[in-house]
Design a protein around this ligand. Structure first.
Ligand SMILES: [Fe+2]
Ligand SMILES: [Fe+2]
Length: 264
């Protein structure tokens, strides 16, 4: 027997952490400990929280109640704040996948990939928060979109669905949007923010690629056809279908090919 602590328990602690600084620090520490072999993969699932820990602000609002985006500097800050909120949620999503599905899936590649994703999301959040602070704002200064956790709740009992919905729809959507946002910031003269979004975009290609690998591995294991399975899950969770325009180059670089998502 070993008395090394477990990765799922560490993931749970990250999801529960309310302060962004604690979520970030724990993400980095856990990734380091996993890489060093200091954590075991628990043999049995552990109970994961229904809702992740979060700070008192930002105030969460329904999409319909979000203030209209202003232009100029305030508009750029609002855009970066929205990205920070997405990255904050992405930290929770990465570690929730490990805690919720890791022990049962018993797939080292899956854990290795998602530990890296979790640490990268923490770094993304940290980069954007630092940028917001440099611009005289901060994460929490503006209201944020409620409902980002819905994707997690809706797929809490099915790893294949979680992979289809989170990396292969939502993060793939991020690949479509990221370069557009970077271009907007660039043309507004905010080179620094544009560079951050481009760097995040490069990492996000890796997240979608990890999602694709895991999805295909899991389908092969259960004898399901990946493309059909993906389409069925997408139709179940996104009634209106997937919205173009698609960044085909970035999606293909991640191994997510058009025949998967076109007309899905
Ligand atoms: Fe990210
Ligand atoms: Fe990501």
């Amino acid at each position: 027997m070993t008395d090394r602590p477990g990765i799922a328990a560490a993931a749970r602690a990250i999801v529960l952490a309310a302060a962004p600084s604690e979520k970030i620090e724990r993400s980095f520490e856990t990734a380091k400990a996993w890489g060093a072999g200091d954590l075991i993969l628990e043999p049995r699932a552990i109970a994961m929280p229904d809702t992740p820990g979060r700070p008192a602000t930002p105030e969460l609002r329904l999409p319909t109640e979000m203030p209209r985006r202003s232009s100029g500097a305030a508009g750029r800050i609002a855009m970066l704040h929205a990205v920070a909120h997405i990255e904050f949620n992405a930290i929770n999503l990465a570690w929730d996948l490990i805690g919720r599905f890791g022990p049962e899936a018993n797939d080292r590649d899956l854990i290795d990939d998602w530990v890296r994703v979790g640490a990268e999301e923490a770094r993304h959040f940290q980069m954007i928060q630092t940028r917001l602070q440099a611009l005289g704002s901060d994460y929490g200064a503006l209201p944020a979109h409620d409902g980002l956790w819905e994707a997690a709740s809706a797929t809490a009992d099915n790893l294949l669905a979680r992979l289809a919905v989170v990396p292969l729809v939502l993060e793939a959507r991020g690949l479509d949007m990221g370069p557009q946002m970077a271009t907007k910031l660039q043309s507004a003269g905010d080179e620094e923010s544009a560079a951050l979004l481009r760097r995040i975009h490069e990492d996000e290609i890796g997240h979608v690629a990890a999602g694709m690998r895991a999805f295909q591995r899991l389908c092969a294991k259960s004898g399901q056809a990946p493309e059909t399975t993906y389409r069925q899950i997408v139709q179940l969770h996104f009634k209106q279908g997937l919205k173009p325009p698609f960044n085909e180059a970035a999606r293909s670089a991640a191994g997510l090919l058009p025949h998967f998502y076109l007309n899905a």
